[in-house]
Write a protein that binds this ligand. Structure first.
Ligand code: SAM
Length: 223
């Protein structure tokens, strides 16, 4: 996919995909969005409820890896074991991923490990450090199959207005079937259709405060 760099509202970078007509992150702040929606409202929320020392995350739309990097940095600092699987149909080249500037938001060691394992993480579960393991499944959401069950889903598809097929009940079910009971699903968006789909898939839904530029976001718990 062709992409261009854009500086967002908090000074962090994102990519614009001209074919889809959409940015990879919020224009109001890529870092702030990732930290608020996925790290704090997803991972930290789950760990606070479950007081667990290990956690598994399934992400839809791995992209630049920002959500993974913030999660891995948090887990490394707090000595929590993280097993992370990203689904990505159109992987970015290592050269592009190395130019995000996201090293500003995590430890140098983690950033260097990430860049060195990124190309291999498409073939095998790659160990970044004592705590964090990454696998990126180069498949379309609709083709995704797993033997694992996860604690958290980060749903970070392009917006429904640009990629409506990613937000149907059938598409959501492709990952929600791999979430454990009590598991947490988070995404930056909240719409009537999304709430209806998540209820139909057996979730209780919660409106959480949104990232900068959005009033609310969706958090759903699998019943
Ligand atoms: C909003 S961006 C994700 C941003 C990413 N989480 C990050 O931090 O950079 C959406 C991602 O979904 C990927 N994608 C698009 N269609 C897909 C599909 N059918 N299955 C899986 N991934 C898809 C895109 O290539 C893109 O990386």
């Amino acid at each position: 996919m062709e992409t261009n760099w854009v500086i967002t509202g908090d000074g962090s970078r994102t990519l614009f995909n001209p074919m889809i007509g959409e940015h990879y992150h919020s224009k109001h702040g890529a870092f702030n969005e990732s930290k608020h929606v996925f790290l704090e409202s997803g991972l930290v929320h789950f760990l606070n409820i479950n007081s667990s020392r290990q956690v598994s995350v399934l992400e839809v739309g791995f992209g630049t890896g920002l959500n993974f990097l913030l999660s891995a940095d948090y887990c490394t600092q707090n000595n929590i074991n993280l097993n992370y699987v990203g689904i990505e149909a159109f992987p970015l080249a290592t050269d592009l991923v190395s130019k995000t500037g996201y090293q500003n938001y995590l430890s140098t060691e983690l950033w260097e490990c990430f860049l060195s394992v990124y190309p291999n993480a498409f073939d095998q579960h790659a160990q970044l450090n004592a705590n964090c393991r990454l696998f990126i499944d180069k498949s379309k959401l609709s083709d995704f199959i797993s033997n694992d069950q996860f604690d958290i889903i980060y749903f970070d598809a392009f917006a429904a207005i640009h990629q409506p097929e990613m937000w149907t009940t059938e598409a959501l079910e492709c990952v929600c079937r791999y979430l454990k009971p009590g598991g947490v699903f988070v995404t930056y968006a909240i719409t009537g259709n999304l709430k209806r789909s998540m209820k139909a898939l057996g979730f209780s839904i919660e409106k959480a405060p949104g990232a900068p530029g959005k009033r609310e976001m969706l958090r759903a718990i699998k019943l």
